[in-house]
Design a protein around this ligand. Structure first.
Ligand code: GLY
Ligand code: MN
Ligand code: MN
Length: 373
């Protein structure tokens, strides 16, 4: 889907919400609508060092940036260029908004979750005659359903992530450190995609008991360790996310038991997920499986999360989350079990919700893998 179609959808929801204009500041939303890629992919842009903003009206599209940035991608996507003075700050940005402001602007939507408080106050003080209305929900609701172009990029991100895993398994050696293995994965992702979806997690043995562990250069791989790897590549801003666990040498009985339980929970969820169920019902597919085995007390996080331009975004497969899943939503399915002093197992794929189930876009093998050493 083109940016024009995305803008058109946003215009429809702005109309329904009674907005005459919308000021878009979240970097991912600026990219989604205009193809302008902020260098910083964070949640918000501080107005004293901004990159680019989008102003959407029913009959006009404006892209705001200062001379340090190139507006040509947004121009190609149909946006007029509104120049802001550098260094910016709320007053300079408000000056450009005042130039654009027309008497018809009564309600101006903005993203409350993507502006620093002081910046929002500064803009509102500079334009006191329009009603600033938080409108974050409009693009959250739109982005939760991926269009065909986005699904294709997510498939490509999953593919390069699969390839990085195949590469990583080939490099496994007793004596290498967690940082060495993370370095192999990171080098592959940086040279075959736009980079890392998040800081790669590599944990050996007991270290895998912490789901968001950071690889340690002094922690060396031993025969008998389990090896947890969680990472993803990025393609045109869209993220991959995969976790696999393999065993250095023969897996012992406990390692097998935990691995098979997590794999069973993951497969139960992948098999049962479908449009029409709530986020928490999706979570319950994996959690219920582990409950029946009496192991769910060590399943200490949600089953999954949406993934797209952000690595973590709605929907969430989590207890007490009630959004109904729809075709075009994309979620990870990543149950895990964690035992302090022993380690942890998590297995993670990315699934597209379809009309009649899911399409699993992660293809790496999941049968219990023992590395000869
Ligand atoms: N470690 C990030 C995730 O899998 O959600
Ligand atoms: Mn992950
Ligand atoms: Mn994940």
């Amino acid at each position: 889907m083109s940016t024009q179609t995305r803008v058109q959808r946003l215009r429809e929801s702005m109309k329904a919400a009674g907005l005459d204009a919308m000021f878009v500041s979240a970097p991912l939303n600026v990219y989604y609508l205009s193809d302008f890629r902020c260098r910083s992919w964070s949640l918000c842009q501080p107005l004293n060092d901004p990159e680019g903003f989008v102003v959407v009206e029913s009959d006009r599209l404006t892209f705001l940036c200062d001379d340090r940035y190139d507006p040509s991608a947004a121009r190609k996507a149909g946006f007029d260029h509104g120049r802001i003075a550098a260094p910016a700050g709320a007053a300079n940005i408000a000056a450009e908004l005042k130039r654009l402001c027309r008497p018809s602007w009564k309600a101006l939507g903005f993203e409350a979750a993507s502006l620093l408080h002081a910046d929002a106050v500064g803009l509102m003080e500079a334009l006191p005659d329009v009603r600033w209305k938080p409108a974050d929900e409009l693009l959250v609701r739109q982005r939760i359903i991926k269009d065909a172009a986005e699904l294709d990029l997510l498939r490509r991100a999953a593919r390069v992530t699969d390839e990085a895993y195949a590469h990583a398994v080939k490099t496994l050696r007793v004596g290498m450190s967690e940082a060495d293995l993370a370095g192999e994965i990171n080098h592959y992702l940086r040279t075959h995609s736009e980079g890392l979806a998040f800081d790669t997690i590599v944990a050996f043995g007991p270290a895998a008991a912490a789901p968001h562990y950071h690889p340690d250069p002094s922690h060396k791989l031993k025969k008998g360790d389990l090896v947890l790897m969680d990472f993803g590549g990025v393609v045109e801003g869209y993220h991959g996310d995969m976790t696999r666990v393999v065993f250095m040498g023969r897996a012992d009985a406990r390692q097998r038991e935990v691995y098979e339980a997590v794999l069973g929970a993951q497969e139960a969820c992948l098999k049962g997920l479908r449009a029409g169920m709530t986020e928490e019902a999706g979570d319950a597919l994996a959690r219920g499986y582990l409950e029946r085995k009496g192991m769910a007390d060590r399943f200490i996080h949600g089953t999954g999360h949406g993934v797209g331009l952000a690595i973590h975004e709605p929907p969430r497969l989590k207890t007490s989350f009630t959004t109904v899943l729809e075709p075009g939503m994309v979620v990870t399915v990543e149950p895990g079990l964690y035992y302090e002093g022993w380690g942890g197992v998590r297995i993670e794929d990315v699934a597209i919700i379809t009309k009649d189930g899911i399409e699993n876009i992660t293809r790496s093998p999941k049968q219990l893998t023992e590395i000869a050493c």
